[in-house]
Design a protein around this ligand. Structure first.
Ligand code: 0X9
Ligand code: ZN
Length: 297
């Protein structure tokens, strides 16, 4: 079983996925998309209640090491889908979930520096690249840094990081991805593309319409409200993010970034006793996206 009253180490997360694959072999499979720079296994879990082609919802979490609520929410979603499988949409949608996009950084936040954000690949003066500036769609145009020591260092070239290569490759080879959701914290924003500049997706009206439905449902749980919009307009331009690549590079139709609620001393260190509430409310919003995919995609 799994409890949502504390955060898990990367190895515990991988063990949970493997345990589900063992206990639910008919609907769950665990795959590896590759290894991280420090050789940790990057696992995805696929949840498919019945055979045959269906739209896929892909969820990526843990790009930024310190944003611990994001992997925790991805595990809550997995737990709901697998262990409480009473949801109608399970018949019509497959799920692929990557709980820890940046395992080296994640472990570093446990052992050494709670506020670490980037990967752990070495540089000549500072370590780490911001994975969310390293994707090859309008790479380095705006809101990304060429300085190794910056928190938003975009890397020596697009896809310089093994972790971003691994995500690119799995998105390229997974057919039928209809929705891509990237989980971050914090700030209660719900972004749709593009992030690289003040440019909206062709289907931005559809994305905005659905985002408002998601927000209404989340708000009805505990009152939490999200700011919705094109991320360049609402926050700041940031080129090289995974969501921009999912749409512009991999052609995914429904693309969102959730900036989950913050808490704790620094915003990123949401206290463990707050995990469950954030998971419960956000899951209601994720289900709205799943229902939309079933009805419209
Ligand atoms: O700067 C970022 O990468 C994100 N904020 S965070 O505090 N989680 O680092 C914002 C991402 C900008 N927008 C999109 N990815 N669309
Ligand atoms: Zn983030």
């Amino acid at each position: 079983g799994i409890a949502f009253d504390h955060y898990l180490r990367h190895s515990e997360i991988n063990n949970y996925l493997d345990q589900l694959a063992q206990n639910y072999p008919n609907i769950v499979s665990v795959g590896t998309i590759g290894t991280s720079y420090e050789n940790r296994t990057m696992k995805t879990i696929t949840i498919s209640a019945k055979p045959g082609p269906k739209p896929v919802i892909f969820i990526e979490a843990g790009m930024h090491a310190r944003e611990w609520i994001a992997p925790a929410l991805s595990l809550y979603i997995i737990n709901q889908l697998v262990e409480n499988p009473s949801y109608g949409f399970l018949q019509d949608v497959d799920w692929v979930i990557l709980p820890v996009m940046n395992p080296d950084g994640y472990e570093y936040t446990w052992t050494t520096d709670r506020m670490w954000r980037k990967t752990r690949s070495p540089g000549s003066s500072c370590n780490g690249t911001d994975g969310n500036r390293n994707f090859g769609f309008h790479w380095m145009e705006k809101g990304a840094s060429g300085s190794e020591c910056s928190e938003t260092y975009a890397g020596s070239e697009a896809f310089s990081e093994i972790e971003t290569q691994n995500l690119r490759n799995v998105l390229n080879k997974t057919g039928n991805i209809t929705a891509f959701i990237s989980l971050h914290s914090y700030g209660q924003y719900l972004f749709y593309p593009y992030s690289y500049d003040y440019v909206r997706a062709d289907n931005w009206k559809e994305l905005a319409f659905l985002a408002h439905k998601v927000n209404d449902v989340i708000k009805s749980v505990n009152g939490t409200e999200y700011t919705i919009g094109n991320s360049a307009e609402v926050l700041y331009p940031a080129a090289g993010c995974s969501d921009d690549w999912a749409m512009g590079g991999a052609g995914v139709r429904l693309v969102y970034v959730f900036e989950l609620p913050g808490g704790g001393k620094y915003g990123f260190d949401l206290p463990p006793e707050k995990i469950l509430g954030v998971c419960e409310e956000t899951w209601e919003g994720i289900k709205v996206i799943a229902d939309y995919v079933v009805q419209n995609c």
